[in-house]
Design a protein around this ligand. Structure first.
Ligand SMILES: Cc1ncc(C[n+]2csc(CCOP(=O)(O)OP(=O)(O)O)c2C)c(N)n1
Ligand SMILES: [Mg+2]
Length: 384
């Protein structure tokens, strides 16, 4: 499981040193797309267009999945709209398929950007036979063995202690892998979060902890979440550097997270990165009217004006390679067609048989499960 495998071509070279604990989020590109620091040479128009395409794909994937929810074809979904720069940038900061990822439930854009096939994600949301878990997980809680992307858990911060343990194993086995562990701002109030960071810090384990700080934990805002002025300062207590980055600036995310990942890989111990971003949609489909219940439309609008996709478009325009309206429209309709095709493909595989609930865990089904299976069978036959 922990043996070395070839590095992904997405790996960034080690960037120049980046100072931890900056008072303001580090950024490379201003909201209107103008660079505010020297743009490293690797940000060619080709790379920026690729990143732009991935971000648009994620945004439109969200739109389509919300439609599937409304059609009753899936029952749970948590959008990452507004957070695309953080998640697509993170995927470019690690060695995909080599490093390990312990994600949280809003990380489908990270998964897609790491190359998890869209149909796997859709099949998981629909719980069809094409779902690797055969519908046995809550919708939108996927995993990918080939990408070392551990299956998502809903329980806030529960991924943090095992991620620390994963990093400790990587260190003891002498691999050059790292562990990326992501979470929201709300997760940093959980005991598990502190236990995990403490353990990784004490063991000097190669863990990169990344807070996707979207400033809300359902209806609890950051000020109510913690008396700390920010999240990354908490790294001090655990003996690791804390980096602060503008999570809506994909160049900044790649520069800071790419640097932190290689710093961790070099054996310096763990690091914490705080990506400051915003979720522009609702928390999930269980959060009906965020703007009526706990936040203002003005606040949402102020973050819509700092949109991460518009920022890359601004940068491309500044570099003389604008994305025109027709190109954008083609991109959007291609994503919609791809999602529609994958939904039909997934649905054509049918719903898993109910017996699957009792399979794949034990070689010999224990008596209490046989009893439960008999009960379900009687219920199913009674419904005919
Ligand atoms: C241990 C635990 N407590 C409470 C919940 C209910 N819950 C689900 S999401 C959520 C908010 C988490 O917010 P944050 O960590 O900021 O992530 P975000 O949803 O903003 O991306 C809460 C409290 C849960 N899933 N698990
Ligand atoms: Mg949050």
């Amino acid at each position: 499981m922990m043996t070395a495998s070839p590095s992904s071509p997405t790996t960034l070279p080690l960037a120049s040193p980046i100072e931890p604990f900056s008072p303001e989020p580090l950024r490379w590109v201003a909201e209107d797309g103008r660079p505010v620091r020297d743009l490293p040479a690797r940000y060619t128009p080709e790379l920026l267009r690729e990143l732009h395409r991935e971000m648009v794909r994620a945004r439109e994937f969200d739109r389509k999945l919300v439609t599937l929810l409304r059609q009753g074809r899936t029952t749970f979904y948590a959008q990452s709209s507004g957070m695309e720069a953080t998640q697509v940038g993170l995927a470019r900061s690690i060695r995909v398929g080599h490093d390990w990822v312990w994600p949280y439930y809003r990380d489908h854009t990270l998964g897609l950007a790491m190359g998890v096939p869209m149909i796997d994600l859709i099949s998981q949301c629909l719980g069809t036979n094409s779902d690797l878990c055969k519908g046995r997980q809550m919708p939108h809680h996927f995993g990918s063995a080939s990408k070392n992307f551990v299956s998502i858990s809903s329980s806030i911060a529960s991924q943090v202690p095992p991620a620390a343990g994963n990093a400790m194993a990587q260190k003891y086995l002498g691999t050059d892998e790292i562990t990326l562990c992501t979470f929201g701002d709300g997760a940093t109030s959980e005991g598990d979060w502190h236990a995990g960071l403490n353990m990784a810090g004490a063991a000097k384990a190669p863990a990169l902890f990344v807070c996707e700080n979207n400033q809300w934990a359902i209806s609890t805002n950051l000020a109510a979440q913690t008396a700390s002025p920010n999240i990354h300062i908490k790294a001090k207590a655990y003996g690791m550097p804390g980096f602060y980055v503008d999570g809506n600036d994909i160049v900044a995310v790649m520069e800071v997270c790419g640097y932190a990942a290689e710093w961790v890989r070099a054996g310096n111990g763990p690091a914490l990165v705080e990506c400051l971003t915003y979720r522009v949609g609702s928390h999930s489909n269980a959060d009906a009217d965020a703007e009526k219940n706990y936040r203002t439309r003005d606040e949402v609008n102020s973050w819509l004006a700092r949109d991460p996709i518009a920022r890359v478009e601004g940068l491309l325009a500044h570099l003389g390679h604008p994305v025109d309206a027709e190109e954008r429209a083609d991109l959007i309709s291609a994503v919609h067609r791809a999602v529609d095709a994958d939904v039909l493909k997934a649905e054509a595989t049918g719903q898993p048989d109910w017996r699957i609930m009792f399979e794949d865990v034990y070689a010999d089904t224990p008596p209490h499960l046989r009893e439960q299976a008999a009960f379900v069978r009687a219920e199913m036959e009674g419904q005919k």
